[in-house]
Design a binder for this molecule. Structure first.
Ligand SMILES: [Zn+2]
Length: 68
């Protein structure tokens, strides 16, 4: 199941998390790292999601699980 521990390990930008997991996380739903980084999915430099706000983690319940 997708959770903040997993999100932290992913190192994905918000749009990749939304694409890969079928979510609709908004800018205000997540915390990003202070400095831009390279997304491990799309390889673009951008704002990498550090975690989803605790009050918004319910959104992760609808995540589509990818393999592994
Ligand atoms: Zn990305």
């Amino acid at each position: 199941m997708l959770n903040n521990k997993k999100i932290k390990n992913l190192g994905y930008c918000r749009s990749c998390i939304n694409d890969v997991y079928g979510l609709n996380l908004k800018k205000e739903d997540v915390f990003i790292y202070e400095f831009p980084g390279q997304c491990k999915n799309c390889k673009r430099m951008g704002n990498i999601v550090a975690q989803v706000r605790p009050s918004k983690t319910w959104k992760l319940l609808g995540a589509r699980e990818s393999d592994g």
